[in-house]
Design a protein around this ligand. Sequence first.
Ligand code: FES
Length: 221
Amino acid sequence: MAIKYSQKVINEFTNPENVGEVDGANATATEGSPACGDMITYSMKINRESRVIEDIKFRSYGCASNIATASMATKIAKGRTVDEIIALTPKTVTEELDGLPAVKIHCSVLAINGLKAAVRKWDAEQSGQSVEGDFTLDNETIIRELRDVIHPETGISIVKMNMVHLVEVDSGSVFVELMMGETDDMYFENIEEETREHLENLPGVKTATVKITEGKAYKFK
Ligand code: FES
């Protein structure tokens, strides 16, 4: 089945802006999407006093909407402060692009998370801290991470879809139970794998187990 993109996505993909590397960049990050293996690299020049992103470029190692969302993300980021970047959500990018197909929503998550990773790293370096700061592995941080796991059919986070039924953390071992609707068979593997990869990326996680339980209809939170 062909994927239908908005005209803005097509324009952004065929004529992406800010491609390459910023000369003398003082902030960089490479992020990968557990959903598809695509990657994105940002380089930026951030003003130390004003904390404003003065210049930003990207390199994409991914799909058409990876390129389109990254190009749009650089345009959104230029001229904003580090704190404004931290407050962005993937919705900012999708709205600027007049939407994305559900199966491609994770591309906007990757584009925004890449921006945030670069500014967080920069911020931590300025204050001499580690990027992880005072990260605590608990139910709350796990739920926050799982907000980035997108159901491929609806384009909505599995947390927002109320699919996360149980979260247990015990000395680096994480157990997550997901509730799936009966019609979701074809997405089980994809969602289970993506959830596990997100969990494994969290600092302090030694083992991550994801159990899928079938048969419950979604209730949106
Ligand atoms: Fe994964 Fe686009 S970033 S398909």
